[in-house]
Design a binder for this molecule. Structure first.
Ligand code: MEV
Length: 486
């Protein structure tokens, strides 16, 4: 009925009557029994059938008065009541198959660990502000119980006063976790794809991953994002979002093994903070720890780069390199790429302002690529100018000359705007940051949504508060501080 009811509701039919009819029908012989039957045909194909009384309508007061119902009917494209009943039966049969499959393999609860854990956290009364962190810690503990969730809520409440910024969750079994770091590009995004320099630094927001044993299949679970799926073993059958993780497993020769990959992201999705690269690095490192692959940093970085290639087409390698080494770097593509430590003597105070609108780096990189193809000379000149800003920026960072660095960031933002990767919301955040005292502000990462960074003269509070007052999320970080520190 989990397949049937939603269609009844969406099409303005009386789902309670359909439920009652189905249960009465299932019990018609005096004993409650199944509405479906499964068998193998003479060729060994699985064959399923469902028999269920469904009386529905496609015209009537509900359909006429509720515009959403009318839209749903249009989407479905069913013309007769019989056809609609058949769609419901088909969805019911498919759902029944999925449930039986889950029961016969991992079990409903395990296959729905994410959902189950979320409801346990809700039952424990976790406030919204710490919900995700409680969820991650609960799943990490392996004890998906309300008492455990309550314990975590109290622990976090006790720590809250001592935590001015978000820091990576500390799990007791942190050694079994692979870690990839989020990052901000200080100067040079997009131009770096065309062989120019960029400077970037890790932020104390990480993605952690760990591998758990499981009976069958490769399951990927990201509780915070409500994501849970089984990876197709055959690369040709993988959906787009499976390909990056799948490529890593293929490369290290583990795609034939069974495991559950649990991912705990603190780097928000699509905010230009290097989430996809951090996730790739975290998964590679987790596989390395669990299967004792003996990978060195260079190998981890190479594998994450391959996965990035699938995730966003034409990466420069900057994001995975920062995610892997977790250090501020000067970077330029090449064979081999130039990777040099960026020496930050005095930690640099910045505020990350998030638009909340997800930017897809693949799209903005492709957009710039298209424009470059149309007029390479014009765009090469812009990239050269950005390169000049980056090189002056390296000097400014080394001299701890924040005023100059801020100015360079402002100009760089103008050029990113010229590349048309900014958005009205990014512009708004940049303006808010500058008018509340930031020395400089620019979009960071791919753009098209995502985040800005604002360089502050010591006190980050006015900028962070102004961004929050406008309804956006702001996080203060000190670039150059050790993100590895426990
Ligand atoms: C994304 O963080 C930075 C870009 O330059 C893309 C890349 O370097 O791969 C936009």
């Amino acid at each position: 009925m989990n397949g049937v009811d939603p269609i009844a509701i969406a099409t303005g039919n009386d789902w309670r009557a359909i439920e009652a009819g189905a249960h009465a029908y299932a019990a018609r012989g005096g004993r409650y029994t199944s509405l479906t039957a499964w068998s193998a045909d003479e060729h060994g194909n699985l064959r399923g059938s469902i028999e269920i009384p469904i009386k529905v309508g496609v015209v009537g007061a509900q359909q006429a008065s509720n515009p959403t119902v009318a839209l749903n009917m249009k989407l479905l494209g069913t013309e007769s009541a019989t056809e609609l009943a058949e769609v419901m039966a088909a969805a019911g049969l498919a759902q029944n198959f999925a449930a039986i499959r889950a029961l016969a393999t991992e079990g409903i609860q395990k296959g729905h660990m994410t959902l189950h854990a979320r409801s346990v956290v809700t039952a424990a009364g976790a406030p919204d502000t710490i919900f995700d962190e409680v969820l991650d810690r609960l799943v990490q503990s392996g004890e998906i119980k309300v008492w455990k969730a309550r314990e975590i809520v109290s622990e976090l409440a006790a720590q809250a006063a001592e935590r001015p910024i978000r820091v990576p969750a500390r799990a007791a079994d942190v050694e079994s976790m692979g870690v990839g770091y989020g990052k901000v590009v200080i100067l040079g995004e997009h131009a770096v794809v065309y062989g120019r320099h960029a400077i970037a630094a890790p932020v104390p927001l990480a993605i952690r991953a760990r591998i758990e044993r499981c009976e069958e299949g490769i399951h990927i679970m990201i509780p915070r994002w409500g994501v849970e799926y089984e990876l197709a073993r055959n690369p040709a059958d993988r959906r787009s979002f499976e390909r990056a993780a799948g490529a890593i497993l293929d490369e290290v020769g583990l795609s034939g093994r069974s495991m559950r990959i649990e991912v705990f992201p603190e780097v928000p999705r699509g905010m230009g903070l290097g989430g996809s690269a951090a996730m790739a690095v975290a998964i590679v490192r987790a596989l390395d720890v669990h299967f004792r692959l003996g990978l060195d940093d260079a190998e981890v970085n190479r594998l994450a780069f391959e996965s990035e290639r699938l995730a966003h087409g034409n990466p420069s390698g900057l994001d995975n390199t920062i995610a892997c080494y977790g250090k501020p770097l000067v970077y330029r593509t090449g064979k081999p790429p130039l990777v040099e430590l960026l020496n930050i003597e005095q930690p640099i105070p910045i505020v990350i302002g998030m638009t909340g609108a997800e930017g897809l780096t693949a799209s903005t990189v492709a957009r710039v690529g298209e424009a470059w193809k149309q007029d390479p000379k014009l765009y090469e000149r812009i990239f050269d100018q950005i390169d000049g800003l980056v090189l002056r920026g390296v000097q400014a960072v080394q001299d701890n000359d924040l005023v100059t660095l801020g100015e360079l960031m402002n100009i760089c933002h103008g050029m990113l705007n010229a590349l048309q990767v900014s958005t009205p919301e990014l512009e708004r955040l940049v303006a808010i940051a500058r008018s509340s005292g930031a020395l400089g502000a620019k979009l960071t990462g791919g753009g098209g949504g995502g985040s800005i960074i604002a360089l502050c003269d010591g006190d980050t509070q006015p900028v962070a508060e102004a961004i929050r007052a406008a309804g956006y999320e702001a996080v203060t970080v000190m670039l150059g501080e050790d993100v590895h520190a426990e």
